[in-house]
Design a protein around this ligand. Sequence first.
Ligand code: TGC
Ligand code: FAD
Length: 407
Amino acid sequence: MMQKIPNEAKPATRKAREDRFQYHDYFGVDELLSEEHLLARQAVRDWVKAEVTPIIEDYAERAACPTHLFKGLAEIGAFGPSLPAKYGCGGMDEIAYGVIMQELERGDSGVRSMASVQGSLVMYPIYRFGSEEQKKYYLPKLASGELIGCFGLTEPDHGSNPSGMLTNIKDDGNAYILNGAKMWITNSPLADIAVVWAKDESGKIRGLIVEKGMKGFSAPEIHGKWSLRASITGELIFEDVRVPKKNLLPEAAGLKGPLSCLSKARYGIAWGVIGAALDCYDTALRYSQERIQFGKPIGAFQLTQKKLAEMITEITKAQLMAWRMGTLANSGKVTPEQISMAKRNNVNMALVVARESRQILGGMGITNEYPIMRHMMNLETVLTYEGTHDIHLLITGHDITGFNAFS
Ligand code: TGC
Ligand code: FAD
């Protein structure tokens, strides 16, 4: 019998959508970017146009993951672009990482997720908390897409509050015995390895590299998502899984470990969603210039202009915030709280832009002839994962008042 691959990739069957995307840079933010940033961005932009736009509506409609894109993502350097070249990674700076995420999310948030999880949530923890042996073994394989990884923090009963996690390890000679369950894990059904966070016998949170095929480990797919439909999501179930001690990330102890990885991924999201917003804005702007009602283009009506003018204003503010966050990250000065503010602001901005753009397209806005409804549905997840909209507000609240609303 043929082995069933979860969410198997199939070739696109529908007519490919024409990609007329034009970039918008109202405040000349590009002048703040280096030649390297612009080259990296252009390469990813070209790849998205050639490989993502023609197939993405079809995959989203079928709720199938375009797994064949992993290889291309590796080839364009989307996995760990700002991690060191000596481990087979990009060796670029944090702004290059940001602009790459922006171009990927212009294509689809799910495609950006494929890269974010691999680079920021699997490669980064191994780089930051792993032994030299782990780095040398795993990082080149992950950068080249030979191995695909996932990140297990969230549990069925512990989402916003990961410190309450129940997943645990017990010392058993040369191995740990891992028990528990993780929920909502991007890429888990197809991942070769999972970076899993679990409490040890003293209650300290530790990170482990769990490999596919380990006895007692399974990763069933979660079905029925109306958002991130072209991204595969699943659970991680551990029933007395024997994980060799050499798979423990030696330098991570405490919640700070996984939360540092989240900072890296949230940073990428704060840049990424600008891409989704630009795709929606660009589509709506062109439509407003071409669609005639009452004898003139709808873009000539003041109410349409108000929507478009507000959209480009908010996109511009997000571009500037992302750039400044990038310069702070490059000099090692960005704080997790600044990243939280940028993630929250920019995701919400993109969602508002998507909703306003959808209105400008009228009935056509709800179809998959245009990318807007797909972006809008995707952004509902992006508003929630990597810390919800309200959790990030409370992080800012804590930072500015000194009072922690969580405890
Ligand atoms: P709290 O006491 O505040 O913090 C514990 C320790 O961690 C430090 N810390 C951070 N360090 C680095 N980066 C951050 N973002 C950090 N946030 C906190 C903190 O300084 C402290 O250090 P120390 O030395 O004092 O021990 O912890 P808390 O239990 O009160 O929790 C705070 C809270 C609620 C903000 C945090 O738990 C949180 O961020 N919750 C949201 C959970 C979340 O974002 N989950 C995301 C799961 S992964 C995911 O969604 C992937 S989607 C992938 C995709 O497809 O793209
Ligand atoms: P809850 O924590 O139950 O929150 C529900 C609501 O309560 C939210 O509105 C929240 O803001 C609010 N709330 C909670 N606490 C407070 C409070 N103190 N004050 C005010 N309001 C509060 N996780 C991973 O570990 N790895 C992954 O790869 C991953 N991928 C994901 C992919 C998808 C498609 C989705 C949907 C999620 C993914 N997640 C992943 C999980 C994601 O990070 C969680 O969904 C998120 O952190 C929220 O947790 P929750 O869904 O349990 O919601």
